[in-house]
Design a protein around this ligand. Structure first.
Ligand SMILES: C[S@@+](CC[C@H](N)C(=O)[O-])C[C@H]1O[C@@H](n2cnc3c(N)ncnc32)[C@H](O)[C@@H]1O
Length: 314
């Protein structure tokens, strides 16, 4: 199989949003990112290594993001959507820098193994590690829980900041066995984490067929039997209620979810949101407030916000 590689050179401020869009909306099968600042940081770590930036081959001006697609994908349509997305992000006030996009077709000989080099064990916390299916890993503590993952085409390798903010909040929220709903499960990573953290049962949903299949396969890989996976749109296709609802989706989509939260939360129920760009936080705060919720804990890493939410105290 051949692959279509689309290379975008731009300003680093649009990296997170663009990477998310390429993977999540345009269904890129892989992404490669190189940033000038990474090389500078590397050079500063060890002054004696005397990294000369000019010696590094093809060092990007700022950000260079390459997305890989099936060669049968419609190139013109992808480029149009990509350009529109960049304009939209500029509209939010992000500095996209000088944007250049080029494309090429490449052979896929080593793709299966080549892209694996970007996924390694994430030794996330004392209690949790995320381990690619093909890697061997010996935990430092025998009771550290391992999430085995084949990320496939769905979002959720564990490497993205937004996923990690949810995992942090889950460690805080899941102090007893809870019923959990994972909205927008992607690879199933958070549903699997919930089960390993002692959830009573988990409903994992996603609007995308690829995600539903990937989640089912990853759940099987982990030998877990208390997770149900369903194709569904937010909370609209379920009449159950839960002790904990988690959702790592962009802010615009979370805004649609908030009015349905109360009907699907048990007494003392909690909610974890991630995927919120810090510039979108005021809108989310306002909507939560209008719907009877308070933010109990707020986390930020880079531009991403994660929230632990509960009903307002009476
Ligand atoms: C950022 S990914 C999160 C994946 C995973 N939960 C994680 O945290 O790594 C967002 C997921 O939400 C799904 N999604 C988007 N809109 C949705 C909707 N209206 N209802 C359900 N899922 C949706 C996408 O298909 C995607 O898999």
């Amino acid at each position: 199989m051949k692959l279509l590689a689309i290379r975008i050179q731009a300003g680093h401020e649009i990296e997170d949003g663009l990477a998310y869009y390429l993977q999540n909306d345009l269904q890129a099968v892989g992404l490669e990112s190189r940033k000038r600042s990474d090389f500078i940081a590397e050079g500063q770590k060890n002054d004696s290594s005397l990294v000369e930036l000019d010696d590094i081959e093809n060092l990007p001006e700022d950000l260079e993001l390459t997305a890989f697609f099936d060669a049968k994908a419609n190139k013109e349509e992808l480029l149009e959507k990509l350009n529109n997305k960049i304009k939209e992000m500029q509209g939010y006030g992000l500095d996209a820098g000088h944007v250049e996009i080029d494309t090429r077709y490449i052979a896929d000989e080593d793709w299966n193994t080549a892209w694996q080099k970007y996924y390694h064990v994430i030794d996330f916390s004392r209690n949790l590690a995320i381990v690619p299916e093909w890697e061997d890993y010996q935990p430092a503590f025998p009771d550290q829980k391992l999430i085995r993952l084949d990320p496939g085409l769905a979002f959720g390798t564990g490497g993205h900041t937004t996923t990690q903010l949810v995992l942090l909040a889950m460690e805080r929220a899941m102090t007893k066995p809870l019923s959990v709903m994972d909205v927008g499960t992607g690879s199933g990573i958070l549903a699997i984490a919930a089960s390993l953290m002692g959830a009573k049962n988990v409903l994992a949903t996603d609007i995308s067929d690829e995600a539903v299949t990937a989640a089912q396969e990853n759940i099987k890989l982990n030998g877990i039997d208390n997770i149900t996976v369903k194709k569904a749109n937010l909370l609209k296709d379920t009449d159950q209620s839960f002790d904990l609802i988690i959702a790592n989706i962009l802010a615009e989509i979370l805004l649609d979810l908030i009015p349905d939260l109360d009907d699907h939360l048990n007494k003392n129920g909690q909610v974890i949101f991630s995927g919120i760009d810090y510039k979108q936080l005021p809108k989310i705060e306002k909507s939560l407030n209008e719907n009877g919720f308070d933010i109990k804990m707020k986390m930020q890493e880079k531009r991403w916000i994660g929230l632990l939410i509960g009903r307002k105290d009476k």
